[in-house]
Each structure stands twice: as structure tokens, then as C-alpha cells.
Unconditional design. Structure first.
Length: 366
């Protein structure tokens, strides 16, 4: 989907909200943009927690779809999408990360993103599980507002001591139903359906929970979701994952640009870079890569596997496109992967993937 298309379509939400505010006295209309830290769930290891996020100016919505809140009307969801794409990054903002008495100062990049490492204190390893370091915005040149109250906790996941597998999954049409094969249906889904109105991919939440639990249910295997979707939609991705009870895990999205910098065409190669970085960070575990055949997941995953023989245990590809040429392309990839003993499983049903996971001893017998 073209970023410019979704950004332009989202502006309709702001117009609708303005009209409703004019017609109904007392109803909030578009408001000024407020400073905000958007926390990005990430993954760490025993020696280092990587804390990620973004500092933006974004107008709050009347009923932004948040965890624990029921489905919202389509027009309010549309307004939320508009405000997500209308947000302005805060370049070079100063941020402080703290946890357990440790404090690290850092600076956002030109696009408002930050990534900071918290090293384990005194050589003692970070415990496995979820950590929630605090991120605070500090006084920065060019920011006139009082920033002392701008703070938020960020989730960082460290693989469990009993972990046996790292699960890396695409989002659109793999873990969440987005209809990317059709631009019109995809646009309608993203623009008008909030997290609780969208359908999950049948069987996926249960299978991913089983994979996270492992063979004995206590492995706490790490999960990471990667997508070519925009960071602007991060809140809605989190809402979807939580509403449909998918396992908590790191989330890695894509920078589509912004209103101030301009939006640019979506590229998918960043997925390979994300997986490569995860292979270096989680070096002790075999990887399962999950995607679909609509875009370039099979090719990108195969490229990574061939560059890191022995690290990718299996690649699962959900078949959305059923044309013969696409099937021939993927069959050629299967042949290449066989040379390094990485299995490529292609199916249009979750049951086939569950069978493969059970045969490999990754999940409890059903």
C-alpha cells in the first residue's frame, strides 16, 4: 500500500471530526499536538537491554483505540489513523532511560527515533522475562514546553532461561488479517476497522501462544513481529496484538516518512536487516521465520537463511497468492534452502504449521 494514499485518505477523518464538533456543541474537535514518547517493544539479552521509541508531537483522539477498550466507531478510528500520520517527529530530543538505579542519557535521531542500551550492572546478567525501563523526555533546545511530565515505561523482553526457539513473524496477512493482496480491501481494513473489529488469522493466536510456551509450556520463547507497515500505526498494532491475545513480543516496523519530511514508497528489504540484527542479538537460539507469499517474505527469509546457515530451523509461508508463477518461484527457494537443511513449509491453513511445530517438538501435542 502506498503511504501517500493512506495518509491522504486518513485526512477525511479529521474533516469528519471537525464537522461533528461544529454540529454538536461540547464535542471535542481537532486539538493541538502534544509532546509524546511512543514506546517500542524490543528485545534484549542477559548483558544488554535495548530501549527503543520515538518522540513526536501528536494530537490526542477522542477515543484512541487503546488496550482494554471495546471496538470504536469507524469514523473515530479513521480520525485516529489521520492523527497518527499527521504526527510530527521531534528531532534530536534528549531522553533519559532508567532502571534499577541505572541512568543513561541519549538523543533521538533526525526522525525522532531513539535506541539506547542499558548494560547489565556490575557484570550481573539481566534476568529473563519482561523489563520495563522508564523513558523521560529532558529539556531540549527548540522545545518550549515543560517536559518533566513526559515519561513512559518501555517493554524489553529477555529470552527465558528455558527458551529453545526464537519466533519472528510478519504481521500483515500472517499474524493479522490486512487483505494486502487488494489495495482497496487493505485500505478499508486499516482505515475503518479498529483492533477489536478486525478478524484474526484463524488459529494463529493459539499457535503462537503454544510456540512461546514451548514443549512443556514454560519455555517463554521470545517473539518478534516485523512488518513493512509504518511506525505511525504502532499503537494500533499493539492494540491488535493485545485484543487478539497474541503473545507479547518485540515489534519492528518501517519508517514511511512523515508529513514534515514527506512520505516515500514502501520498501521491504528492512525485514532482512531486522532479522539479521536479531540473529546477532539472540545468538544462542534457532529461529523460526513466518511470513506470507504476497510480498517478498520468502525471498528475504531465504536470503537471510543462506547467509546464516544452521541458524534458521524453518521458514513458514502462508499462501495468499495461488498463481502458478508464484508457486514456481517459491519451489526454487525450497530447493536452495534444502542445501543448508532449512525447511520451507508453505500452506494456506494454520493447521499445517501446527503439525510441523508438533513434529519438531516445539509445542505440546494437541
Amino acid at each position: 500500500m502506498e503511504p501517500q494514499l493512506i495518509a491522504k485518505a486518513a485526512r477525511v477523518g479529521n474533516v469528519i471530526e471537525s464537522l461533528l464538533a461544529a454540529l454538536h456543541p461540547g464535542r471535542d474537535g481537532p486539538t493541538a499536538k502534544l509532546l509524546r514518547i511512543v514506546p517500542h517493544r524490543s528485545v534484549g539479552d542477559a548483558t544488554c537491554l535495548t530501549v527503543r521509541g520515538r518522540v513526536v508531537r501528536q494530537a490526542p483522539t477522542n477515543r484512541r483505540p487503546v488496550r482494554g477498550v471495546g471496538a470504536i466507531p469507524a469514523r473515530e478510528h479513521l480520525a485516529a489513523v489521520y492523527r497518527a500520520f499527521d504526527a510530527l517527529e521531534v528531532p534530536f530530543a534528549q531522553v533519559e532511560v532508567s532502571l534499577d538505579g541505572l541512568h543513561v542519557m541519549g538523543e533521538c535521531d533526525a526522525s525522532g527515533f531513539f535506541s539506547m542500551d542499558l548494560r547489565a550492572p556490575n557484570g550481573a546478567p539481566w534476568r529473563s522475562g519482561r523489563h520495563t525501563p522508564m523513558v523521560r523526555l529532558r529539556n531540549t533546545a527548540g522545545i518550549a514546553e515543560d517536559v518533566e511530565s513526559v515519561e513512559i515505561n518501555v517493554d524489553v523482553f529477555v529470552p527465558g532461561e528455558r527458551a529453545t526457539l526464537m519466533i519472528v513473524s510478519d504481521l500483515d496477512d500472517t499474524a493479522m488479517d490486512t487483505n494486502t493482496i487488494s489495495t482497496i480491501r487493505s485500505l478499508r481494513t486499516v482505515m475503518f476497522q479498529s483492533a477489536r473489529r478486525r478478524q484474526d488469522v484463524p488459529g494463529v493466536p493459539a499457535l503462537y501462544r503454544a510456540l512461546q510456551g514451548g514443549l512443556d509450556g514454560t519455555a517463554d520463547n521470545p517473539v518478534c513481529y516485523i512488518s513493512s507497515g509504518a511506525w505511525n500505526l504502532y499503537d494500533m498494532v499493539v492494540d491488535y496484538l493485545d485484543a487478539h491475545k497474541l503473545p507479547h513480543g518485540a515489534i519492528l516496523l518501517n519508517d514511511w516518512g512523515s508529513r514534515s519530511r514527506g512520505f516515500h514508497a514502501v520498501a521491504h528489504g528492512h525485514k532482512a536487516a531486522h532479522v539479521t540484527a536479531l540473529l546477532a542479538r539472540v545468538s544462542s537460539l534457532p529461529f523460526l521465520l513466518v511470513g506470507d507469499n504476497v510480498q517478498e517474505d520468502p525471498e528475504l527469509y531465504t536470503k537471510v537463511a543462506l547467509q546464516h546457515p544452521g541458524r534458521i530451523a524453518a521458514i513458514w509461508i502462508r499462501e495468499i497468492r495461488r498463481d502458478a508463477s508464484r508457486r514456481r518461484d517459491i519451489e526454487a527457494l525450497r530447493t536452495a534452502l534444502a542445501a543448508i537443511c532449512t525447511d520451507l513449509v508453505v500452506s494456506d491453513t494454520t493447521a499445517r504449521f501446527a503439525d510441523d511445530a508438533e513434529a519438531r517438538g516445539w509445542i505440546l501435542p494437541r
